[in-house]
Design a protein around this ligand. Structure first.
Ligand SMILES: Nc1ncnc2c1ncn2[C@@H]1O[C@H](COP(=O)(O)OP(=O)(O)O)[C@@H](O)[C@H]1O
Ligand SMILES: [Mg+2]
Length: 948
């Protein structure tokens, strides 16, 4: 009597009811996820299948994928199983719709093979995740969608990252994600699975052991006679109520011809297989040897393999494969519909009985067979990874190509796995012959934020003899160090590379040279070593054409040589060549924009970063986008656009998880600046602490922005000595470097009033005098106005009032609105104190208006109370309209007013549509409007302080 399994699910009423509930919630428009968790054989896949049927019955569109033990290193294997069939089914028009908007970043991954052969887009990993998310959104636009994923514990990391990304953003997408996983599977991506299971949108469902009735039901279905309760009890004890073990037991018992009566009950314990391995091997022994070979071949090749490949690997004809498969189905080893095991444990049983060397040999054979069958590199690579290294040329080649593909598709971690293997395949060769592999691996490591990539590049550098190749490796290494903020290290790498390169490769030489100069001149200990060359080049600057060199000359020149506009001109020339790509070389664009900013051409600098932002968005490059925001925030602060500065800085913090010190320093600096102007000093102080920036700060040029901001913060907190100490340190470092442009950091101005307040009036006066002179020489009106204002504060009296008049006049001609507002307010206040109450009102009103339009709350409050003291009756200070919007509300509202749809905004900002709707809703309420068309008007600020 053959064992006849039942399709009926027993004892799963509660689980299925819970899933039905989720389906109803998704149907009503809220995205949901569930993780079915439990030991092998407990019935996870069966519950998944039932859930799939339920979803189909509710008219969901469904798609299913299953991870396999073999394909853990198959980049996006699960994702491709989920989506490829859907894409393949779509006609060209639908396909265009599915890949519309940000979903295009997923197109290369799914189906179309028109990938560039060389290199990989930076940030592919995030762009692809984002693209897959939007593909899911597009798929769900016609109706609810269920994604069903089995055996998550074997999922490849890139796919799991996508699932986590999606589940985290389900919100009100009509999408149901149901997944099944074993809880303690060795080698699983536990962190990612935990992340999925602990998401608030996800439910964890744990099917329990079968109860007595269910056990009796299964026995009843399998055996002709009505089972005796004692027999049922014995079966339940022997299997712990695990349906798979029970099934295996019943197969054995029916094989033995036992009846389910009380007499047999005593024998159950003794017959019961200790494990699936035992019962499977027992069954196999009874089959033809060919059937065993076929089963082994399927175990090695993996479920669902091609019959031809199975025939070749097992060394039998295709006809024999077919008859063996039938036998194996009879023995409950394979499923009836495909070359697929009845259960993963059955596969594991057969696989584990093969001795390890034999397994490895068969995988190697499988790799060769698949390669000959024209399988793609990923499928071949999977087997290569399971074989022993052979050192074969074609194996290395396959791994390399698979790595390149994985890297380009946003899975640098998988690429690294392949390349590590390629390196050990090539271990027979000399280190020098493996340099290219080391370089490729290092780049994959760096993209996967694994810092050993840097030391690997270093080693590759040592191993490279050829001057040009060496120079190229050095360029990669130096650029990575540069963008991770290690300017000094980068400068040394470039210097050394130049020495080795000689005159071999003029173009490369020019690039290395440019980088060297840019890095060295910005590094305090090294600046002197290049100063002479720098000055020589500066003299001949009209001759210079190399864009990187121009940017570097401009950057340093504007800080050292007056007027600053000369450096800014060079930088603008560099950018005008259109040869510098922000996404590929953000540090150089930043280097070029800095002199433009520090020469006071703030709106130009803002435009440069607007362009950078747009470029980063186009390529879906998140970290460059974060960097564009980071740098633009500083420009916005100077322009007095505080809300925009905050939106940029907070946006950057959100995407900059990478912990690049440079980025962090800039972001925190701008946030501190914004918070000081808002009077939120505790929060600003908290930022310094929470990012650990309170102690000694490393000495590189950009750090001076932070020193200055913390100094001003401490002064605003009335911790004068501390504040002065920060600014002194800032000044000491800048002077050591040779920077005297106050447009970089006006540290003298910023510390003078505090110095005077703590009694050092002479020194304060000297400082502002110097600063006024410098600001005149460098032709930076914003900083000149600031210095005049500081001088006024130190001097006081009528002389002070005269200086403030002068400051206001100078600032009128600058782009620094916030500083203008500050000078106006101080002028009004000084006039009032000097007894000129009527004359005080006009500058105070203007100062108040301007401060409010900048979002400078603290200054606004001051101007307001001065105005009251001057006898005017200004309107009460309440946050209204535009000023009351948070940074994100404002950014979203501005984009909406430019005509972007919610979806476009969401795609551009890497958030969900729900988030956009939320911000927009708040903005409407605060702006007191009810439609999008009213936004452009509402976002124009109404004059705030129309005084009576
Ligand atoms: N509730 C159930 N009632 C009856 N049979 C079940 C039940 N759950 C699972 N089975 C059977 O047990 C075996 C293992 O179930 P499966 O869903 O593959 O487990 P898992 O995915 O947890 O390893 C399958 O043959 C399945 O038909
Ligand atoms: Mg399963």
């Amino acid at each position: 009597m053959a064992y006849a399994p039942t399709d009926e699910l027993l004892d799963r009423g509660a689980e299925l009811a819970e899933l039905l509930g989720l389906i109803a919630e998704v149907d009503a428009g809220s995205g949901r996820a569930a993780v079915i968790e439990g030991a092998p054989g407990i019935g996870k896949s069966s519950v998944l299948t039932a859930a799939l049927a339920q979803a189909e019955a509710a008219w969901f569109d469904t798609t299913r994928a299953r991870a396999s033990e073999l394909e853990r290193d198959f980049a996006f294997g699960l994702v491709r199983q989920l989506f490829e069939p859907r894409i393949a089914k779509a006609n060209p028009k639908l396909r265009d719709e599915l890949f519309a908007g940000a979903a295009r970043h997923a197109a290369a991954l799914l189906g179309s093979d028109d990938l560039p052969d060389e290199g990989s887009p930076p940030e592919a990993s995030h762009a692809v995740l984002h693209g897959l998310y939007w593909l899911t959104v597009n798929l769900a636009s016609e109706g609810p969608l269920a994604l069903v994923v089995d055996d998550l514990h074997w999922g490849d990391a890139p796919s799991l990252r996508f699932l986590a990304y999606l589940v985290n953003r389900l919100e009100d997408l009509p999408v149901l994600v149901v997944m099944a996983a074993r809880p303690f599977e060795p080698g699983a991506e536990t962190d990612l699975i935990d992340e999925l299971a602990s998401d608030p949108a996800a439910r964890v469902i744990r099917p329990g052991p079968l109860g007595p009735d269910a056990v009796r039901g299964m026995i009843g279905a399998a055996m002709a006679e009505d089972p005796d309760p004692s027999f049922c009890g014995a079966c339940r004890d022997a299997t712990g109520g695990n349906p798979l073990l029970l099934r295996e037991l019943l197969v054995t018992l029916t094989d033995e011809g036992l009846s389910p009566n009380a007499k047999s009950a005593g024998r159950v314990q003794e017959i019961a297989p200790r494990s699936v391995v035992r019962s499977v091997s027992r069954r196999l022994r009874r089959l033809d040897p060919e059937a065993t070979e076929v089963a082994r071949a399927v175990a090695v090749l993996g479920d669902g393999s091609d019959a031809g490949a199975v025939a070749q690997l097992s060394g039998v004809s295709q006809g024999t494969v077919a008859s063996a498969a039938r036998e194996l189905v009879q023995a409950d080893i394979l499923r009836h519909d495909a070359l697929e095991f009845a259960h993963p444990l059955v596969r594991a049983a057969i696989y584990s009985e093969l001795p390890a060397p034999e397994r490895a040999r068969r995988h190697q054979e499988a790799a060769r067979i698949l390669a000959n069958h024209g399988a793609d590199e990923d499928s071949v690579a999977v087997h290569v990874l399971m074989a022993e290294p052979s050192g074969d040329e074609w194996v290395i080649d396959v791994l390399r190509r698979a790595a390149r593909r994985a890297h380009a598709r946003g899975a640098p971690d998988v690429a690294a796995t392949y390349l590590e293997r390629a390196l050990s395949e090539a271990s027979g060769r000399g280190e020098r012959e493996r340099v290219d592999l080391h370089v490729e691996l290092a780049l994959a490591e760096l993209d996967a934020t694994r810092f050993e990539g840097l030391s690997r590049l270093r080693r590759a550098l040592e191993l490279t003899d050829d001057a040009s190749s060496r120079g190229r490796v050095a360029l990669l290494l130096g650029r990575s160090m540069f963008s991770w903020g290690d300017l000094a290290g980068a400068a040394l790498v470039f210097e050394d590379a130049l020495e080795h390169l000689g005159d071999a490769d003029p173009e490369l030489r020019a690039t290395l040279d440019a980088y060297h100069l840019v890095a060295a001149i910005a590094t305090p200990g090294l600046a002197d070593s290049v100063r002479g060359r720098f000055e020589g080049l500066w003299e001949e600057r009209d001759e210079v054409t190399h864009p990187i060199l121009l940017a570097g000359l401009g950057a340093a020149g504007a800080q050292i040589f007056a007027p600053a506009g000369k450096g800014a001109d060079l930088a603008e020339r560099a950018l005008a060549t259109d040869e510098i790509s922000f996404v590929d070389d953000p540090a150089i664009v930043a280097a070029a924009a800095t002199p433009i900013m520090t020469a006071g051409r703030l709106k130009t600098a803002e435009r440069v970063y607007d362009g950078a932002e747009a470029a980063a968005r186009r390529r879906g490059a998140v970290f460059p986008l974060g960097l564009a925001w980071t740098l633009r925030a500083a420009v916005h602060v100077r322009l007095g656009k505080l809300a925009a500065a905050e939106a940029d800085a907070r946006g950057a913090l959100y995407v900059a998880r990478s912990g690049q010190l440079l980025t962090l320093v800039f972001v925190v600096t701008s946030l501190i600046d914004v918070l000081i102007e808002r009077g939120e000093l505790d929060e600003a102080s908290g930022l310094v602490d929470s990012y650990g920036l309170g102690g000694d700060l490393p000495n590189f040029v950009q750090m001076n922005y932070l020193l200055d901001s913390i100094g001003r913060l401490r002064i605003a907190q009335n911790r004068l000595d501390e504040g002065v100490a920060y600014l002194r340190e800032c000044g000491r470092r800048l002077e050591a470097w040779g920077t005297s442009n106050p447009g970089f950091v006006p540290w003298r101005t910023n510390m003078a009033p505090a110095l005077a307040a703590s009694g050092a009036r002479e020194e304060a006066l000297q400082l502002v005098e110097d600063e006024i002179e410098l600001a005149r020489a460098f032709e930076v009106p914003r900083e000149l106005g600031m210095a005049l204002r500081a001088a006024a504060l130190v001097e006081g009296g009528d002389r002070g009032i005269a200086l403030l008049h002068e400051a206001v006049a100078v600032l009128e001609g600058s782009e620094g609105r916030l500083e203008h507002a500050r000078a106006l307010t101080d002028l009004g206040a000084a006039l009032r104190r000097g007894g000129h109450r009527a004359a005080a009102r006009e500058p105070l009103k203007a100062g108040l208006d301007m401060a409010q339009s900048c979002g400078a709350t603290a200054l606004g409050e001051r101007a307001h109370s001065e105005l009251v003291a001057s006898g005017a009756r200004p309107r009460r200070l309440v946050l209204r309209g535009v000023d009351s919007l948070t940074a994100s509300e404002r950014r979203v509202a501005e984009m909406a007013s430019e005509g972007l749809t919610n979806r476009e905004i969401a795609q551009a900002l890497f958030v969900t549509e729900k988030t956009v709707e939320g911000h927009l809703g708040h903005a409407y309420r605060k702006l007191d409007i009810s439609s999008r068309s009213e936004l452009p008007n509402a976002l124009v600020r109404q004059p705030a302080a129309a005084a009576a």
